[in-house]
Design a protein around this ligand. Structure first.
Ligand SMILES: Cc1cc2nc3c(=O)[nH]c(=O)nc-3n(C[C@H](O)[C@H](O)[C@H](O)COP(=O)(O)OP(=O)(O)OC[C@H]3O[C@@H](n4cnc5c(N)ncnc54)[C@H](O)[C@@H]3O)c2cc1C
Ligand code: SF4
Length: 479
């Protein structure tokens, strides 16, 4: 274990959330984010009410940040909570996991003037956590239920936000999901130390109490077809996210102990939720006492390295083909990982996996950066004769995700998708090429962010409402 990893372990043990035997991962939380009332007030008071709310413009939900900061500074938390909920279905979740440095906080004028941003995300989390504690957040109560129903495929943030908005309008809503728990990547992707599972379960339980029906363990395409869902409901939303891992097809890629990121993260999250996870308990997907190499430079890679650290890995290396300045992940996450003892190997690309049956090392080639590519980042070019070897026990591939082949999976070849496999929608109505079937979230955008999935879920709810009102009006006219 490196000096930094030891320091990090010590620091964690000093926090009130310190680990306990038998429940190790559940209690081993984020250490950077302790926030108390006084601090929320102090931070909120720092907002200059500048009149040009760049923070609000750069928040995908256009949250009324200056106003809820003002209310918090004045101690009017209940009103701040109402305001926060008026534009966001999950403010406590966004407050925890939005990459604020790229969104609201990165555009705070106080940050721009060099005085450090108002910590908007932490205040948002504080307002909503307080509201939950005080019992201000209540299930939806419907005066009169509408006869029309909507079937939603996917219980991730896009599906959940859409369901909530449509339920508020009185519709019958059923969510179908192939996982055993609701939440999508919130529950099985994002690690517990960034987003406690109890926070997600609190939200999904509220939606259940609001009358939204959840059908878990239903794999649309296998257990029920899209056509059957269309017959059953007046409108259908596809919010299935993107799950096909991008591959590293190098010599040796079939060796044992090379895992996709989601296998590693799901095992860890299930363990945190108290499940029996065979491949974690038998050591296969457990980093304890092992040398780990994670390939990739995005937020998923950061979640993998930081999870491995928390599992007491012997060493954790992150291999990335560009440099720190050109990483796609949040800089805050990278800095946290560095502080916890992750060793970043910049400008390095895997070339070959080596091992008898299991992986034992990988050959890496050094890269240099040349002119920017289409993504606006500098293009990595291999340096000749620069290969070297890194010993490892486990390799985790965290290179991102592509959509599954939905027309094939849903046995509906008419469903229009882009060359990348994302669903094509009418950008105004969010309807697919099939009438009455809508799509939102990562399956439309490609791998994105929770806050964008929420935004899409809210927007598509408005479109579905319009569509159903028109449908109803036509029915009445025809009768
Ligand atoms: C490891 C990881 C960490 C991340 N960290 C962050 C972060 O810190 N901050 C952030 O903002 N974003 C983060 N993201 C991105 C974020 O989680 C996604 O952008 C967001 O969850 C997308 O929401 P969604 O509702 O579109 O899809 P998802 O959350 O993926 O939900 C889709 C749901 O559809 C279900 N489903 C799929 N196919 C079917 C089917 N055929 N039948 C039935 N159900 C189906 C799935 O089981 C799933 O529950 C992270 C992503 C990953 C992978
Ligand atoms: S939702 Fe995200 S971007 Fe918007 S204010 Fe909250 S933390 Fe910032």
């Amino acid at each position: 274990m490196t000096e930094k990893m030891l320091k990090f372990t010590k620091l964690n043990q000093q926090t009130p959330n310190k680990r306990e035997a038998g429940n190790r991962i559940e209690d081993f939380r984020e250490i950077y984010d302790e926030f108390i009332h006084g601090k929320a007030k102090e931070q909120s008071s720092r907002c200059s009410q500048c009149g040009v709310p760049f923070c609000q413009i750069h928040c995908p939900l256009h949250n009324n940040i200056p106003d809820w900061l003002k209310l918090t500074a004045e101690g009017r938390l209940q009103e701040a909570n109402e305001l926060a909920h008026s534009t966001n279905n999950m403010p406590e979740i966004c407050g925890r996991i939005c990459p604020q440095d790229r969104l609201c906080e990165g555009n705070c004028v106080i940050e721009q003037s060099g005085h450090g941003t108002v910590t908007i995300g932490s205040v948002e989390k504080f307002i909503t956590d307080t509201a939950w504690e005080k019992g201000w957040i209540k299930p939806i109560v419907i005066d009169k239920e509408n006869n029309q129903s909507i079937g939603i495929i996917g219980a991730g943030p896009a599906g959940l936000s859409c369901a909530e908005e449509l339920r508020k309008l009185g519709y019958k809503v059923t969510i179908y999901d192939r996982y055993d728990r609701a939440g999508g990547l919130l529950i099985y992707g994002i690690p517990n130390f960034k987003l406690e599972k109890s926070v997600i379960e609190r939200r999904t339980n509220l939606l259940k109490k609001s009358g939204i029906k959840f059908q878990q363990n239903i794999d649309v395409g296998k257990d029920i077809t899209l056509k059957e869902l269309k017959k059953k409901h007046d409108a259908v939303l596809i919010a299935t996210g993107v799950y096909k891992p991008k591959e590293v097809n190098l010599p040796g890629h079939n060796l044992k102990n090379i895992f996709p990121a989601m296998d590693f993260l799901t095992a860890s999250n299930r363990k945190g939720l108290g499940d029996y996870v065979k491949d974690f308990d038998n050591g296969k997907l457990n980093a304890e006492n092992k040398n780990i190499v994670v390939i990739g430079g995005g937020d998923t890679a950061m979640d993998c390295v930081r999870t491995a650290i928390r599992q007491n890995a012997k060493s954790v290396k992150c291999l990335y083909r560009r440099d720190k300045e050109n990483m796609p992940g949040s800089l805050r996450e990278v800095n946290n990982a560095e502080e916890e003892g992750v060793e970043f190997i910049w400008l390095s690309n895997p070339k070959k996996f080596i091992g008898a049956e299991k992986i034992s090392s990988l050959i890496v080639e050094k890269m240099k950066l040349e002119a920017s590519d289409s993504s606006g980042r500098k293009k990595p070019i291999p340096i000749k004769n620069s290969d070297y070897e890194i010993k490892t026990d486990i390799v985790i591939k965290a290179l991102g995700f592509d959509p599954e082949n939905l027309p094939k999976l849903f046995n509906d070849p008419h469903l229009n998708v882009s060359d990348q496999g994302t669903i094509k929608i009418n950008l105004k109505s969010m309807e697919t090429n099939i009438s009455g079937i809508f799509a939102a979230g990562d399956i439309v955008r490609g791998a994105s962010l929770v806050v964008w999935a929420i935004r899409d879920g809210r927007d598509v709810a408005t479109s579905i409402h319009k569509y159903l009102q028109n449908k109803q009006a036509s029915k009445i006219k025809a009768a």
